[in-house]
Ligand binder design. Structure first.
Ligand code: GDP
Ligand code: MG
Length: 297
């Protein structure tokens, strides 16, 4: 926590929405392009922090509510319970649906039951309004759940997103800035992923090689279906080291990636695509900017 002043608002916003309703699109629009994932620390309620948006007067921390969307079809009790806890700890819930989904009203019963129990303000956000004719968006009078606000948006075009952001902030309690300004997501997972890769380099190479490698996780994204795409660079000091890391016909690098991926998947609890690159950054160990970039300064 880096700041505390009386007017600052902050808190957790649980996002509920079935796949494809536009959750990622909305987050990318609000938080920025580079969204990564925070994985579960086993003892915490949250499965994922999806993104952090810091404003001059507020900080919004978007979190996932695991499985609510699946729950509406499968009625998986565990997932519902996990989601219930996540909602319970949130300050605001954001229920994202599609304006174009004709089955909306029948399908959201499970979600409504959860929301009833949660006792947090809930914003219904109807996305993809660019796809429907105005005046034909939604039969609001058919809702049996009492939403705090109903806001129509197009996450794709940005319509209504500012309003949504303001409404979210207005529902957050006064509180501290949990994350520093430049953090749009928790970085620790990236660092841990880098360490796992480095560990395999230590296993599979010798002498000075492991000490000449700095691993930088350059991209870390969730893909459709919950898989995680990670691109990381292994930065070495000399061309000759690059050859050793890559190995004959790329075998060494593939082996590093294969072993690291197993551990990373364990850490993140998700399927991982690991894309490893080897780069030469001449004598990086003697360069201040490089050390800073690798978090070693
Ligand atoms: P998620 O599964 O909930 O994260 O959904 P995505 O953000 O991945 O979006 C699913 C699809 O819906 C993508 O093809 C998006 O481009 C599209 N989409 C998201 N928001 C909008 C919107 O406001 N309007 C339109 N027309 N398409 C959208
Ligand atoms: Mg998505």
């Amino acid at each position: 926590m880096t700041e505390q002043n009386g007017d600052f608002r902050s808190g957790f916003v649980a996002i509920i929405g079935r796949p494809n309703v536009g959750k990622s699109t909305l987050l990318n629009r609000i938080v920025g392009e580079k969204i990564a994932i925070i994985s579960p620390k086993p003892q915490t309620t949250w499965n994922k922090i999806l993104g952090v948006k810091t404003l001059p007067h507020a900080q919004i921390i978007f979190v996932d509510t695991p499985g609510v969307h699946e729950a509406s079809s499968k009625l998986n009790r565990n997932m519902v319970n996990t989601a219930r806890k996540a909602l319970h700890d949130a300050n605001v819930a954001l229920h994202l649906v599609e304006a174009t989904d004709p089955l909306l009203l029948q399908c959201e019963q499970v979600v409504w039951q959860l929301l009833e129990g949660a006792k947090v303000p809930v914003i219904l956000s109807i996305n993809k309004i660019d796809l429907v004719k105005t005046g034909n968006v939604f039969a609001e009078n058919l809702l049996t759940f009492q939403y705090t606000k109903v806001i129509c948006i197009s996450a794709l075009l940005g319509t209504g997103v500012d309003l949504l952001e303001r409404e979210v902030v207005s529902l957050l309690p006064h509180g501290p800035k949990y994350y520093p300004d430049e953090i749009f997501t928790d970085q620790t997972e990236r660092v841990m992923v880098g360490e796992i890769i480095r560990e395999q380099i230590f296993h599979l190479t010798h002498r000075e090689i492991p000490y000449s490698c700095a691993v930088l996780v350059e991209d870390f994204k969730e893909r459709e279906g919950g898989a995680i795409f990670i691109r990381a660079s292994i930065n070495v000091e000399k061309e000759s080291q690059k050859g050793i890391i890559i190995g004959r016909e790329g075998r060494k690098l593939r082996e590093i990636g294969r072993l690291a991926r197993v551990d990373i998947e364990q850490l993140l609890g998700a399927k991982v695509y690991l894309d490893l690159w080897v780069k030469v950054l001449k004598n990086w160990r003697r360069k201040e900017y490089a050390l800073r970039e690798f978090g070693l300064a």
